[in-house]
Write a protein that binds this ligand. Structure first.
Ligand SMILES: Nc1ncnc2c1ncn2[C@@H]1O[C@H](COP(=O)(O)OP(=O)(O)O)[C@@H](O)[C@H]1O
Ligand SMILES: [Mg+2]
Length: 237
């Protein structure tokens, strides 16, 4: 079942295109990676998909809804961790969960908090959490409303290797439960380990799309990292 359909999506900032005619489809229960250089339009794409920005052109359906005109209804069924996510330093973990639960109709935040080992951090202030625990909190908060799709924008950027691996395990568990995950990442080892499909963007357009194995085969390389570099036109010689 297709949960995200994008047809010739366009978004400009002033008159400069950030997303310049992207088309893609995402099937339920997949982890789909979005990669591309800084400024390629990844965050703008995620913002349009999650109803946080109005598009300038093209067609968009997420869970059958128009993310902009039906965003209130859509937001009950998706979870979003934005690249620039932040919470006030003084806010306690338990308070953050209550705050997010209030945004959803009847989110079971206590279960999510326990699932993500955050229960004994309830009284810890956001500002005293390490980077890894902050990221864990953001994923957990994105799941409070029991969403069908989660959008995670550069979730593991800045994490140490152990925290990254822990995050991978957590994302695999989400997929096992049937969630669809849209993951913006710069790490090709992460994409190779996790993603069913990859969408590589450059200058607001799709450069390539397919499973990691397909992209490796298409470029006659031996790893997704080499495939990515070849597809982005990087000359390694
Ligand atoms: N709020 C904004 N106002 C103006 N330009 C923006 C804004 N957000 C992003 N851009 C520009 O749009 C392009 C795409 O940005 P972005 O979607 O953040 O890319 P990515 O997430 O791939 O790094 C970049 O050229 C960026 O400078
Ligand atoms: Mg970004």
């Amino acid at each position: 079942m297709t949960v995200i359909e994008v047809e010739k999506l366009r978004k400009n900032y002033r008159s400069k295109p950030a997303v310049d005619g992207i088309s893609l489809r995402v099937e339920r229960g997949q982890i789909v990676g979005i990669a591309g250089a800084n400024g390629a339009g990844k965050t703008t794409l995620v913002e349009c998909l999650s109803g946080l920005r109005q598009r300038d052109g093209g067609e968009l359906r997420v869970l059958g809804m128009d993310p902009w005109t039906e965003r209130r209804r859509l937001q009950q069924r998706i979870g979003v961790q934005l690249q620039e996510s932040a919470l006030p330093d003084a806010l306690k973990v338990g308070e953050a969960f209550r705050l997010y639960a209030a945004l959803y109709d009847g989110g079971d935040w206590r279960t999510v908090m326990a699932d993500w080992d955050l229960a004994d951090k309830q009284r810890v202030r956001f500002g005293s959490l390490s980077g890894g625990w902050k990221q864990r909190l953001f994923v957990a908060l994105a799941l409070v409303g029991d969403p069908e799709i989660v959008f995670l924008d550069e979730l593991t950027t800045g994490l140490d290797p152990v925290a990254r691996r822990t995050t991978w395990t957590m994302l695999r568990k989400l997929r096992e439960r049937g969630l669809t995950v849209v993951l913006v990442t710069h790490f090709m080892d992460e994409a190779e380990a996790l993603c069913d499909r990859m969408i590589i963007v450059g200058n607001g357009r799709v450069i390539a799309a397919g499973s990691p194995a397909e992209l490796v085969a298409e470029t006659a390389t031996d790893s997704l990292e080499s495939a990515y570099l070849a597809l982005s036109g990087t000359d390694l010689s």
